[in-house]
Ligand binder design. Structure first.
Ligand code: IPD
Ligand code: CA
Ligand code: CA
Length: 266
């Protein structure tokens, strides 16, 4: 049996409440890496989501950030980021969300990104469009990169990886109107779907960060690929580029230029 968009909204809402309950309390912060944190809210939100999905759909497969998830029928695949923007959350900065994606037979079908600080529900269903709190949303209509406000992020091990995204960041900062770094990939993508930001790219990212967001951008009229332009953006190693078609093409060119320059310098 397939879930409904309403089911995703309901469980995202409860997970958001769980996260908000801990605001101002001891977050029990642990380090997964030098700059990679996890809090009690990540764990509790994820445990709730897995239990809720398992209770309703016992044979579905789940990929989840903190616990790995649960094996099941691959035809029904869930992707859970129980708290996207953990660093922001741990610092008390209200830019974070819950991200839930569901794929049927390998195709992303349902996605909900819920920001509990603003009570924003970004929802998408394949073929049915994308909405914010029930109202249709669309990607922006700019056609020149210089008019665009872009957004990106950096891997949690940015200090220790050759794919650290800094060369791309530098080039886009020169070629676009400006570039933001908000600290929640799922919200970054949702804001592109809403037309508040005009393009997002990130390398060394994970399926749970982009599963719901990728569908949101497609359903709001945008184009989603990996940073090489391949349409299967969920394929590992995961990277993403999303924007309207004209801006997507221009961003792809910049990414290719940076890659060529990097290779030439090696
Ligand atoms: C991180 C955030 C961040 C992005 C990182 C993600 P987390 O997710 O989305 O914006 O740059 O790549 O790992 O760890 O807060 O769930
Ligand atoms: Ca994340
Ligand atoms: Ca997370």
């Amino acid at each position: 049996m397939k879930p409904t968009l309403n089911f995703l909204k309901e469980i995202a809402s409860v997970a958001g409440d769980i996260i908000q309950q801990y605001v101002g309390d001891d977050l029990n912060i642990e380090h997964k890496g030098r700059t990679d944190l996890v809090t009690i809210a990540d764990h509790d939100s994820e445990a709730y989501l897995i239990d809720a999905i398992h209770a309703a759909f016992p044979d579905h497969a789940i990929i989840a950030e903190e616990s790995g998830g649960k094996e099941g029928q691959a035809d029904h695949q869930w992707y859970l980021d129980p708290l996207d923007g953990t660093l922001n959350y741990a610092h008390g900065l209200p830019i974070y969300c819950v991200s839930i994606g569901y794929a049927f037979k390998g195709q992303m079908t349902l996605g909900v990104i819920y920001d509990p600080t603003r009570e924003h529900y970004f929802c998408a269903q394949r073929g049915q469009g994308a909405t914010l709190n029930g109202k249709p949303i669309h990607v922006s209509g700019y056609s020149n990169l210089i008019d665009c406000l872009l957004v990106t992020g950096f891997p949690n091990d940015v200090w220790d990886t050759p794919e650290d995204n800094t060369a791309n960041f530098f080039q886009f900062t020169r070629r676009a109107q400006s570039v933001r770094r908000l600290g929640s990939a799922a919200l970054d993508i949702a804001y592109v779907a809403a037309g508040w930001l005009d393009g997002f790219w990130e390398v060394e990212i994970f399926q749970w960060d982009i599963a719901a967001g990728g569908l949101l951008v497609q359903e709001s009229g945008g184009v989603v690929t990996d940073t090489f332009g391949n349409p299967d953006y969920m394929k590992k190693p995961v990277s993403i580029l999303c924007a309207n078609a004209a801006i997507h093409a221009q961003m792809l060119e910049v990414l290719a230029e940076v890659r060529e320059r990097n290779w030439a310098e090696k």
